[in-house]
Design a protein around this ligand. Structure first.
Ligand code: XMP
Ligand code: MG
Length: 189
């Protein structure tokens, strides 16, 4: 299958239902987004803030598509919620190491679903007096459109089904896939 470097890795054989985005899809889109970001932030310092753990791949690849200096920092936050739904009530597990006062902050996310987590994060960051806070996400689900969070850079709009790969997990697995895919129904039972 394309994007699995021609052959699906054997350890996930049968787990995947459908590959939504191949490695090529992802990398070409990131290259385009990098051009936009370089243009928009010309002459400004940028701090990329990744949200652990899902954003690790987007951060690694997007930052390397940028032909300019950037700083990178990470936050780990956990959203209290029942089951798979996020509630918007968030706890900081690891805060930034960087003082963002007066800084241009670009939040790098893997996926926005309801947008509740991100909305909390953006107001938290804004309260620290940065010069700007913008959001870049690789994936966006339809429900995100309903929230007030303004997302400056979106890689792909995808259907609302649960996806794995490229940083996204199911029970902490599949983060290291090079593609974004849906899991076969038997994986959930
Ligand atoms: P909200 O709803 O606050 O939540 O935008 C975003 C967070 O929910 C997780 N999420 C997913 N994780 N596959 C995943 O592996 C998915 O399809 C998915 N949809 C949402 C993710 O942690 C994201 O940061
Ligand atoms: Mg997860």
């Amino acid at each position: 299958m394309a994007g699995f470097r021609s052959v699906e890795p054997q350890h996930i054989d049968g787990d995947i239902e459908k590959v939504l985005l191949t490695e090529d899809d992802i990398q070409s889109r990131l290259a385009e987004m990098a051009v936009e970001i370089e243009r928009d932030y010309a002459g400004k310092d940028v701090l990329l803030v990744g949200v652990l753990k899902g954003a690790i791949m987007v951060m690694a690849d997007l930052s390397r598509h940028l032909s300019r200096h950037v700083e990178i920092d990470w936050m780990d936050i956990s959203s209290y919620g029942s089951g798979t739904r996020s509630s918007g009530v968030v706890r900081i597990i690891k805060d930034l190491d960087t003082d963002i006062t007066g800084r241009h902050v670009l939040v790098v996310e893997d996926i926005i679903d309801t947008g509740l987590t991100l909305s909390w994060l953006v107001s938290n960051l804004r309260s620290r007096g940065p010069a700007s806070v913008e959001i870049c996400t690789m994936l966006r689900k339809p429900e995100a459109a309903k929230t007030a969070v303004d997302v400056r850079y979106v890689g792909f709009d995808i259907p609302s089904s649960f996806v794995v790969g490229y940083g996204l997990d199911f029970a902490e697995k599949y983060r290291n896939l090079r593609v974004v895919a849906t899991l076969a129904p038997h994986m959930y039972s």
